[in-house]
Design a protein around this ligand. Structure first.
Ligand code: ZN
Length: 467
């Protein structure tokens, strides 16, 4: 069998076999907690997982604190004080909740980790208990080095590990509440690391921004009448007009992606001349999902019903119709442009649009990004230099969906989303989620490198210390 990694790149062969096994055992312990976001607060799995985290962090010699603003949704924080604790600290954040698993689609039991062919199968192996465990194992390595450096490491800046619930259902009760707490303020965070995504190529992707989700509700009113006539300006016809324009916009955005269109789309469109073409190194330059807007028509409502939608009158033209769209807006697209589009699509008598998100979408109307210009953001240089030192290409991207990092960036805190998985099939939220043992163990080494560099960073010019 050929090795999964390109020759000459660093691998994880520095550990003794028994240490490898110990690390993989810790990871599997964490995977066994069925911390599905919707069930975790009531079935006791959130609490059991947090008790395990508290014990594990305490055993490592970290100062451990638990914040429980929302009952049964604890946040666990472990802290390692630096030699210059007044300097802004480094936060290693992860979420311990996971998405549900469709049991009939899995070949194994999702919360009973199975090791097979050098891989570990379980829910959360990629999203993101791998990172939870890697943070812990990296700290363990730095605290009790069994390999070089011989002397144990002392961070200059304090290091905090936070484990939050509810990321998979929006994060309001998890990271959202954590950031509002006195505990969070007391941590004086300068830089946060949060989750990223697996890279199928031999590269590390990291994320400095993300697209903003917008849910748009469009309502149309029109003339009604008998289904046997040519009634003009019906509500459904108006909704279809909006939907057609929206879907044309969708197609125009999809065309901007650097990937070849699947040959089976029936439109006879080839991929010649497109950036990226058939992959290779051009991929790094091509537009990714995070760089374009997506739009999906996810709700359609119309019809006259006298029994709450059980049956419909086929011969009556409904005077109301509604469509719902899920849009994801990249930082490169100004919101004024989005509003102008929506206004144009709905520029017709009897048609209106509004944000469907609770409380409107105003808080979403600002893109927050972490600068990847070293001159503006010294954290970027430290992060990027350390990651690049691993000898693997490093690619900055915009995250295609929403993560907890948006809460941090909205507060002006630098945050990079990164999960150290290269040459790994993207399986977050998928059936039979797995990570290879080699990739997992390499990730521990990557965090040792990153944590050493970030927590060791001397005071930056103009950086404030805690008063
Ligand atoms: Zn996640």
């Amino acid at each position: 069998m050929s090795p999964p990694f390109a020759p000459g790149t660093p691998a994880s062969s520095v550990l003794a076999p028994e240490e490898n096994e110990e690390a993989l055992a810790l990871f599997q312990e964490l995977l066994r907690f069925p911390t599905i976001s919707y069930a975790g607060p009531t079935n006791g799995s959130y609490r059991a997982c947090c008790e395990w985290l508290v014990k594990t962090l305490t055993d490592l010699g970290l100062k451990t604190q638990v914040l429980e603003v929302v009952p049964n949704k604890p946040v666990v924080v472990g802290s390692w004080e630096g030699s210059e604790p007044a300097l802004p600290s480094v936060l290693l954040n992860s979420h311990y909740d996971v998405v549900p698993a469709c049991l009939d689609q899995w070949d194994t039991e999702p919360f009973t980790p199975v090791r097979k062919g050098g891989k570990i199968y379980a829910r959360g192996t990629q999203d993101m208990k791998c990172v939870c465990a890697q943070y812990i194992l990296a700290i363990k390595r730095l605290k009790k080095p069994s390999i070089a450096p011989a002397a144990s490491f002392q961070p200059r800046r304090s290091i905090h590990l936070s484990f939050v619930p509810d990321e998979e259902i929006g994060g309001e009760d998890g990271m959202g509440r954590f950031l509002e707490s006195d505990l969070f303020r007391s941590l004086h965070v300068g830089l946060a690391l949060d989750e990223g995504i697996a890279s199928p190529e031999n590269s590390y992707k990291f994320f400095y921004s993300e697209r903003s989700p917008l849910w748009i509700r469009v309502r149309a009113k029109g003339l009604t009448g008998h289904g046997s006539r040519f009634i003009p300006d019906t509500a459904v016809e108006k909704i279809m007009h909006v939907a057609n324009q929206a879907l044309a916009f969708r197609a125009s955005q999809e065309k901007r992606l650097g990937y070849p269109r699947p040959a089976s789309n029936g439109e006879g469109e080839g991929d010649e001349g497109k950036a990226g073409g058939h992959g290779g190194c051009k991929h790094a330059l091509a537009l990714k999902l995070g760089d374009v807007a997506t739009l999906n028509l996810t709700v359609l409502k119309a019809g006259v019903s006298m029994d709450n939608g059980q049956t419909f009158a086929y011969n009556v033209i409904p005077h109301e119709a509604e469509a719902g769209f899920d849009m994801r807006i990249p930082p490169s697209m100004p919101f004024a442009e989005v509003r102008a589009l929506l206004d144009a699509w709905t520029d017709r008598a009897g048609v209106t649009w509004e944000f469907a998100q609770e409380g409107g979408a105003d808080p979403l109307l600002t893109h927050h990004a972490t600068s990847i210009d070293g001159a503006q953001n010294p954290w970027f240089s430290v992060f990027h230099d350390a990651l690049t030192s691993r000898g693997v290409p490093v690619i900055p991207e915009v995250f295609p969906a929403a993560t907890d990092a948006r809460f941090l960036r909205a507060r002006g805190i630098s945050a990079f989303g990164f999960s150290p998985m290269r040459e790994t099939e993207m399986l977050l939220h998928e059936h039979n989620e797995y990570v290879s043992e080699e990739v997992f163990m390499e990730g521990v080494e990557v965090y040792v490198t990153l944590v050493e560099a970030l927590s060791g960073a001397p005071r930056f010019e103009g950086e404030g210390a805690q008063g």
